[in-house]
Design a protein around this ligand. Structure first.
Ligand code: ADP
Ligand code: NI
Length: 208
């Protein structure tokens, strides 16, 4: 049971506004954090919510999906206060400090746990946003994002035991299914990882 579903703070239509807000923030990004990533995360979350049985504040999940990367450290400028963009969104939409804290609490878990840990005590909304975000790092899109990101950092494409993008598959991406919370996301993740392994097998074939 969600602890937020009786609050009525997150009215219908707020997620749409959050998406428009995020669009401006991510306008300059050509790869990992563009608006198409945000839309896919939203779609993943809708899929999880349609299959899983637990009760959640769906609009809160959608708002957090839309805003989850607006204050990403990769986009942050020196001197920006923490969660500057989320705070701006809340102020522009008449959301008070309580609402802002709820949103930030969920988004914060997403970025913290994406470093490779799992915390079963987080709320159901955070679990869904987290799983939805992690799913977008897998599959064909996940491969494309990894190479786009690796390229932007000047990383080599291949080479085990090095700082290559393929190494990132083993160091992080293949660990993600084991860190997911919902059975629905784990099922989608398994399919996507299988495809990535086929892709790596082909790379191996073509490069040796
Ligand atoms: P998000 O914020 O969406 O959870 P990240 O910011 O961790 O994701 O990463 C964005 C994308 O860049 C992901 O698809 C991820 O796999 C990729 N990425 C992150 N670090 C690396 C890396 N060292 N090498 C290649 N790809 C990376
Ligand atoms: Ni993300």
């Amino acid at each position: 049971m969600s602890k937020f579903d009786k609050t009525d703070i997150f009215s219908d239509g707020l997620a749409e506004k959050a998406l428009v807000f995020a669009e401006h923030i991510h306008a300059q990004d050509s790869g990992g954090h563009d608006l198409s990533h945000i839309r896919r995360v939203l779609k993943n979350a809708e899929h999880i919510m349609s299959v899983e049985k637990f009760t959640v504040d769906k609009e809160l999940v959608r708002v957090c999906c839309a805003l989850h990367d607006v204050d990403d450290r990769k986009l942050k400028k020196v001197g920006d206060p923490p969660y500057k963009n989320v705070m701006t969104f809340c102020a522009e939409n008449g959301l008070d400090g309580v609402a802002a804290d709820i949103i930030i609490g969920i988004i914060d878990k997403v970025s913290f746990t994406s470093n490779g840990s799992r915390d079963d005590s987080i709320c159901a909304e955070a679990k869904i946003v987290q799983d939805a975000d992690r799913l977008d790092a897998l599959g064909a899109v996940g491969i494309a994002r990894a190479f786009a990101y690796g390229g932007s950092k000047g990383r080599r494409m291949f080479g085990r035991g090095s700082d290559s993008t393929v190494e990132h598959f083993y160091n992080k991406l293949f660990l993600l299914p084991g860190l997911m919370y919902t059975e629905t996301a784990k099922t989608v993740a398994a399919d996507r990882v299988a495809f990535m392994k086929e892709f790596l097998a082909m790379i191996e074939k073509e490069t040796t």
